[in-house]
Every structure is written in C-alpha cells, then in structure tokens.
Design a protein around this ligand. Sequence first.
Ligand code: KG4
Ligand code: ZN
Length: 348
Amino acid sequence: MKVLAIETSCDETAAAIVEDGRKVLSNVIASQIDLHAKTGGVVPEVAAREHVLKVIPVLDECLTLAGCDWDGIDAVAVTRGPGLVSSLIIGTETANTISYVKNKVLVPVQHIVGHIYSNWLEAEEKIEFPVLILTVSGGHNELVLMRGHNEFEILGETRDDAAGEAFDKVARILGLGYPGGPIISKVALDGDKGAFALPRSYLEKGSLDFSFSGLKTAVLNEVKSYIQKNDIKSESEMDDKFRDDLAASFQEAVVEVLGKKLLMAADKYPEIKEIHLAGGVSANTRLREYIADNIPNGIKFRHPKTIPFCTDNAAMIAAAAYFLFQKNPERYKEKTNVVPTTSFEIAS
Ligand code: KG4
Ligand code: ZN
C-alpha cells in the first residue's frame, strides 16, 4: 500500500510517499530555516505564506522522485496538528482537495504520533511491542508507552519548555542563531560539559514529567553575570571558551534529565522490549550516546535511521497513516474533511 503524506505543521513544507509503512519511495522537505533565521524563530504568518508557495512544487517533486502518478497512490495522509494553525491549514486543505478530486482514502495523523512512527521508516527487523518512546522536539516532549499500533499511553510530558525549545532559546542567549539544537551540539564538542554546575530538574519523586525553563534561566543568569564581569556590550563579544563550555554544560544537563527519566520509565515497565528516541532532539549525538551507554541489557535501542527522519518530515506521517489504516480500515471508509487542531491529544 502506497501512502502519500503531507506535513506542514510548522516551518517545513514536506511531502513523501511510503510503501507499507516502511519503504520510503520519496521524502521531500522544503525547509524555511533561512527565512526564519532572520527573525531568530518562526513567524506564523511568514511560515504560512511560504507553505502556500511550496506545497504544490513539493508534491510534484515527491511524485516524480517516487516514479508514481496519482493512480499509484492508495491513500493520502496529512498532519492534523498540533502545530501552527495557519500552517496546518495549507496541508489539510491540500489533502482534503486531493482526496475529493482523486477519490482517495484520507488519513489524518497527529504530529507526535507521526514522530513515534519515524522509527519504522527503513527498519529492517520487526519492531517488538511494548515500546517505550521518548519523543523530543521543539514543540513537544513526551514519554510514551506503546503496547501495539495506535495504543499509546502518555507517561510523562513537559510542564513548560520542550527540550528542543530550550536548545533554541539557549542558542539565542549565546548568540548562536536558529535552530539551536544542531549549533549547540556542534560548539559543545569543543566545550567542557562539567564547566558549569547547571540545575537538573527532576520534579517530584517518581514523576516522569519534564521541566527545562529553570535550566534556561540558569544559562541566562550565567551569561548576564559574564557580560557584567567582563564589561562587554553583547554576546557577540563573548569568549569562545566560555560559550562552548556553557553550551556543553547545558547540553549535558538536558541529556541527563531526558536520559534518567527514560531509564526510570524503563525500570517501571520491565516488560518493554524496545526503547526509541524520536523528534528533532533525537538527532543529538550526546543523547544517543547516553542512552546507548545506560540502556538495560536485553532492550533494543533505536533512533530514526537518518537525520531528516528525526526532524519534521512527511515520511513519518505516511508510516503512521499506514499502520493506523491497517488497524482499522473501516474507520476511513467514509470521507470527511480534516480540520486542523492544536490539541496535544494523541488518540486518533
Ligand atoms: O521535530 P522537530 O523538527 O519539530 C517539532 O516538532 O518541534 O524538532 C525541531 C527541534 C528544534 O528545537 C531543534 O533545535 C531541535 O529539534 N534539534 C536538536 C538537534 N537537531 C534539531 N536538538 C538537539 N540536538 C540536535 N542535534
Ligand atoms: Zn515535529
């Protein structure tokens, strides 16, 4: 079964064709990073206008690269949310129109569920349930227990900033640009992760929720006192060693909290067979290394096969749609228009 998916929840216009939930025939991503780097973050109106310009060319390219025409497509999938509503609308309206005109099954997919399914893309062996998933992005941060397809239990989530959001904000504080994750992890390679004793918030005993806003404030305070002490005018005059050490210490604090909570959950649910990382922050090499070093014996560890499968993409939406459809095809027989939603509700 070939599913064509569209994803426009934030600042990537993406379309992909995936066969049987695993085989990626094409995965096209038009990134708006350069556009939003100018403002140090995403301006929703600017993102939406760019999606309007890109969605049709991206779809065309996606069909061409897969060597498909519309007759070869069995279903259309689209991200229904959460995300920026003005961006989501471009994707959902495009999918609604295709489904109507081409008479295709339409499968709405929740964005976080999409990230969860990124580990199925190009997976060689069968994935064994139950799976414990840490999905960490710019807009969300969840620990999820998955006992089967479309069976999700949220064990923990962020109470304030998501980990990726903290990376983006700290990068801005350090004058490193947008998006923060890749740049921080790069400069952190030259820094000393033990240089600054930054706080780790574990919340109440046993809690599997996350909080990163205190850590972000601690970084801001370090920078403020450095600026004052050294009598400099802006972060661009910051010494490289100070910046790299602070970036490395910050990254280590995030990795340790994410890692420890994930391992705490693994301890609590010893029946799990696999641990997965997903979302933009799963591209982080230090996070992957921490989990690989500390995972209990006998549990399989996976992260998405390629970096473009970590960050927002449409292939993961197509994979999710395939498994949702297989589980309950009846549900998608009657056509309805997909309406964007900002809800984090994961059940579909
Ligand atoms: O999943 P994603 O593309 O979008 C959302 O659904 O939010 O995640 C984007 C986030 C950004 O905050 C970015 O800074 C972060 O993922 N990110 C990283 C890395 N690459 C991207 N964070 C840490 N290390 C990385 N290598
Ligand atoms: Zn995402």
